[in-house]
Design a protein around this ligand. Structure first.
Ligand code: NAD
Length: 480
């Protein structure tokens, strides 16, 4: 069976202790490769390689660094079909989604930060007649990047690209549930001629590899995307070590539909924002609040459209939803559907497993599920499910919907559907979320800050925010 290898010191290698984990294909429920069950020894080797590479990489001329990142982007693009197939096979997402979103975005991440590094400016402040201060932004050193399974290479590169662009060397860990595209990336880096040790990819478990990265005294910053509980643990370890921390965590995002929205357009988009990637996008809306005067009309149109979604083999271009990422995650989602029933919810559509048959007979498939009749404070409406499950709730006023929307501990993203410009601004100001989409979803200029508030995280990614995160600012004050 194929073995995925670690990428350390410029080489692909087995874990130092010859131990392996199974890598499952969610669509078939079968093991299709093995991944390194790396431990502290592999991380130590990666840190040593990164430390050794840092002096040269951090002083490489910007144009050369830019060209290297562009080459990596080209390398991913050249192997597009392989990346698309691997992303879909590892994660269960429809092949067409990986082709339309995940892999192009990984290419864009490298291109974006390759060009950003040439335009990244630092500030100077004059004290008239006395002195000038300038801000020297320097790479931090060796940094740790840890990513989740839902948008595997998209999120992995979103961290790595700015870290490398700013001159850091990286010790990274992709999710053990979806390691394959990171393995392909290591091959691309070798083909592109990235100097040894600049990027190191250590595969394995969060509790071993991830925890070791977070605890390592020579890793000076941690950029993490994943669950809120893991983020809490990382913060508890890294904060007393005074590490720089960027935490992108869970969400329970509200979708707010006002009666004056463009009805058909809104229904179409809200179906997409609810069930893309099987609802396994941290930005998916999972609590849909609908103004009472259109509640019944919206519910009917929405449910009808959801019923028309096809759950099936990710390789089939007719599938709108593929497989849930793992058997364990599928069980978690099902337990929430059960909870919703116990809490008094009515399942309007979905709620059951899907038997896809054929090569997918043992895969992990669930129907897109719509539930109504739940209190906004119940657990189903407060806890992150991270699957194809949404709730519908009517509201009567702006104040009421804001109370309900802001009632959760999370604050990642939100979307608001209305043609009332003033209202859109009012809601955007008051909603507790790092992102507010008005009449759209998942539309993003990569230059904008990205991230959540409350239990959805601290720090910001995107644009200059990431360039600032991965550099230390030093003030130089010159008296004249
Ligand atoms: P997770 O927290 O279980 O794992 C994320 C990564 O952290 C994995 O690589 C894992 O191996 C590693 N990890 C686990 N324990 C660790 C530890 N003690 N120390 C260091 N690393 C450790 O999350 P997941 O299940 O892979 O991903 C789903 C979660 O990610 C959801 O909550 C989702 O909302 C969130 N997410 C957030 C964003 C965002 O931008 N805010 C984006 C995508 C996903």
């Amino acid at each position: 069976m194929e073995q995925i290898l670690n990428y350390i010191g410029g080489k692909l290698q087995k874990p130092l202790v010859d131990s392996w984990l199974d890598n499952y294909e969610p669509a078939t429920g079968k093991v299709y490769s093995h991944i390194p069950d790396s431990d502290v020894l592999d991380v130590e080797q990666a840190v040593a390689a990164a430390n050794a590479a840092f002096p040269a990489w951090s002083t490489t001329p910007l144009e050369d660094r830019m060209m290297m990142l562009m080459k990596i982007a080209d390398g991913i693009e050249k192997r597009m079909d392989e990346f698309v197939a691997a992303e879909s096979k590892d994660n269960g997402k429809p092949l067409k989604l990986a082709r339309a979103v995940d892999i192009p975005r990984a290419v864009s991440n490298f291109r974006f930060y390759a060009s950003a590094l040439q335009h990244f400016a630092s500030e100077s402040h004059q004290m008239p007649g006395m002195a000038v201060n300038y801000t020297l932004r320097q790479p931090i050193g060796v940094v740790g990047c840890i990513s989740p399974w839902n948008l595997p290479i998209y999120l992995f590169t979103w961290k790595i690209a700015p870290a490398l662009a700013t001159g850091n060397c990286v010790v990274s860990k992709p999710s053990e549930i979806t390691p394959y595209t990171a393995y392909l990336l290591s091959q691309v880096c070798i083909e592109a001629g990235l100097p040894a040790g600049v990027l190191n990819i250590v595969h394995g478990l969060g509790s071993k590899v991830g925890q070791t990265i977070v605890e390592h005294p020579e890793i000076k910053a941690i950029s993490f995307t994943g669950g809120t509980e893991t983020g809490k643990r990382i913060a508890a370890t890294a904060a007393p070590m005074f590490k720089k921390l960027s935490l992108e965590l869970g969400g329970k995002n509200p979708t707010i539909v006002f009666a004056d929205c463009d009805f058909d357009d809104t229904v179409r988009h809200v179906v997409t924002s609810s069930f893309s990637n099987q609802g396994e996008i941290c930005l998916c809306g999972s609590r849909i609040f609908i103004e009472r005067s259109i509640y019944d009309k919206f519910k009917t149109a929405f449910v009808e459209r959801v019923k028309s979604l096809r759950v099936g083999d990710p390789n089939d271009d007719h599938s709108n939803l593929g497989a849930i990422v793992s058997a364990q995650h599928k069980q978690k989602i099902q337990s929430y559907i059960q909870l919703a029933k116990e809490e008094g919810g009515t399942i309007l559509t979905g709620g059951e497993e899907v038997q896809v048959g054929g090569r997918c007979a043992d895969g992990y498939f669930l129907e897109p599920t719509v539930i109504e009749g739940l209190d906004y404070l119940c657990r189903t409406n407060q806890e992150e499910i991270f699957g194809p499950v949404v709730t519908l709730t009517p509201f009567d006023s702006e104040a009421e919907v804001l109370t309900m929307a802001n009632s959760v501990k999370y604050g990642l993203a939100s979307s608001v559907w209305t043609n009332d410009l003033k209202r859109a601004h009012r809601i955007a100001e008051k909603i507790e979320a790092g992102i507010v989409w008005i009449n759209c979803w998942l539309l993003r200029d990569l230059r904008t800050p990205f991230g959540g508030v409350k239990a959805s995280g601290v720090g910001r990614e995107g644009g200059w925010e990431a360039m600032r995160f991965f550099t230390e600012a030093k003030n130089v004050c010159i008296k004249y």
